[in-house]
Design a protein around this ligand. Structure first.
Ligand code: NAD
Ligand code: TDX
Length: 351
């Protein structure tokens, strides 16, 4: 089937993997990547597919509602996969408004544009909203987030994502817009901006810089390899039931401190350092405000109903990830030059 698919945030971490998958897998469809190219968006991530005939990049801001409306008329999108967002919790604590603008207003602009362009002819149309497990809040030591867990966001980031999820459901319930939502756990892999735990720590270990562990490092996250998330997005976009929500997770829980010790050990080995060398870089720093203790996803609905499952074991995924950052020094140098240095100072110096 020939479709015109709009992917927002396609120059970012997860978006670039989704764009690549769709451009390669659906040559008969046209894939439009709309991205503002904030600090987190990087067209280098898509160098290998940028010349393909079924791919087009559009630079633009989802906060500009009129611009978005015109785009729908011009390119006749029949599917939307919406990933564009401000995505880093620490930045949301420093500047919540940016998160309200992009994550909430930007999402509502896209919903309005889809509603206006599709009118009431929803046959073959889909608005797919990509969200996070953080909307569910924090778990204690037991239990998993399911699709019916009540929303309980604690950071400005998760509050803005929760709000956008509510708008997507409201447009389905009120206007009949064909929507689907997925909520995923923490992703790791190539092309992640080194403000997030795994690429930041890989980069710091390599450069013998302190590893700033928030609080005691006891918080738990459920890690999923980014290409497995992209595959889940493909499955849900093509087979998901309209109006439904699907949780996506790795069934792969780690306390931060245990995960960091694995990173140190694997990197000592790869860098030819004596075992235990990199662990000495661990530095406990002031905790993140409102820091959720534990996230863990029950993805059985997606597994049973749509047949998805994660393909990579963590040990393999983390090796591939470390190798990618070690082999892509130029990418790291580019994204950590300029503005990144100010960001790092603001977030970590004196913490
Ligand atoms: P990212 O920060 O790496 O990428 C976000 C992309 O959106 C960037 O390319 C950026 O330029 C673009 N963007 C930001 N503001 C924009 C605007 N106003 N208009 C147009 N484009 C804009 O984020 P990511 O980690 O790839 O996350 C992608 C999506 O997946 C987000 O919606 C996030 O909430 C969700 N998510 C992320 C994770 C994770 O672990 N990273 C987990 C679950 C869900
Ligand atoms: O320097 C650090 N030190 C530290 O101890 C950083 C950056 C993080 N941490 C801790 C905080 C978290 O417990 O590591 C854990 C992971 O932190 P992040 O990489 O910032 O991810 P998290 O806050 O869990 O959110 C991520 O997963 C869900 C993504 O950033 C979100 O976009 C996604 O929705």
């Amino acid at each position: 089937m020939k479709r015109n698919i709009l992917i927002t945030g396609g120059a970012g971490f997860i978006g670039s993997h989704v764009v690549r998958l769709f451009v390669n897998k659906y040559p008969e469809s046209m894939i439009y990547n709309l991205d503002k190219l904030t600090y987190a968006g990087n067209l280098e991530n898509l160098k290998d597919i940028e010349d393909r005939e079924n791919y087009m990049f559009i630079k633009g801001d989802i906060v500009d509602g009129e611009f978005i409306r015109v785009l729908f008329d011009k390119y006749k999108f029949d599917g939307v996969i919406h990933l564009a967002a401000e995505s880093h919790v620490d930045r949301s604590i420093a500047n919540p408004m940016e998160f309200v603008m992009t994550n909430v207003i930007g999402t509502v602009n896209l919903l309005n544009a889809a509603k206006a362009y599709w009118k009431d002819d929803f046959e073959g149309k889909l608005f797919y909203h990509i969200s996070t497990d953080e909307v569910y809040g924090s778990l204690g030591e037991e239990g998993l987030f399911t699709e019916t867990t009540a929303y309980d966001p604690h950071s400005p980031y998760s509050a803005a994502k929760a709000s956008s999820d509510h708008f997507v459901r409201a447009y389905h319930d009120t206007f009949g817009l064909p929507t689907v939502i997925s909520n995923c756990s923490n992703n790791y892999g190539a092309n992640q901006f080194p403000e997030k735990l795994i690429p930041l720590f890989i980069n710091n270990i390599k450069n013998n810089k302190p590893l700033p562990v928030y609080g005691k490092g006891e918080n738990v996250r459920d890690w999923l390899y980014v290409e497995d998330h992209a595959n889940a997005i493909d499955v849900i976009f093509n087979k998901g039931k309209i109006g439904e929500t699907y949780n996506i997770g790795g069934n792969n829980e780690w306390t931060n401190i245990d995960l960091i010790k694995v990173l140190c050990k694997v990197m000592d080995n790869k860098l030819g350092r004596e075992e235990g060398t990199s662990e000495k870089l661990i530095t406990f720093v002031k905790d993140r405000a409102g820091h959720d203790l534990r996230y863990a996803i029950d993805s059985s609905k997606l597994q049973k109903e749509l047949g998805w499952k994660p393909s990579l074991q963590f040990e393999e995924g983390i090796e591939k990830t470390i190798d990618w950052y070690l082999n892509n020094q130029e990418w790291l140098d580019n994204v950590t030059s300029g503005e990144y240095k100010n960001y790092y100072k603001e977030m970590y110096v004196g913490r």
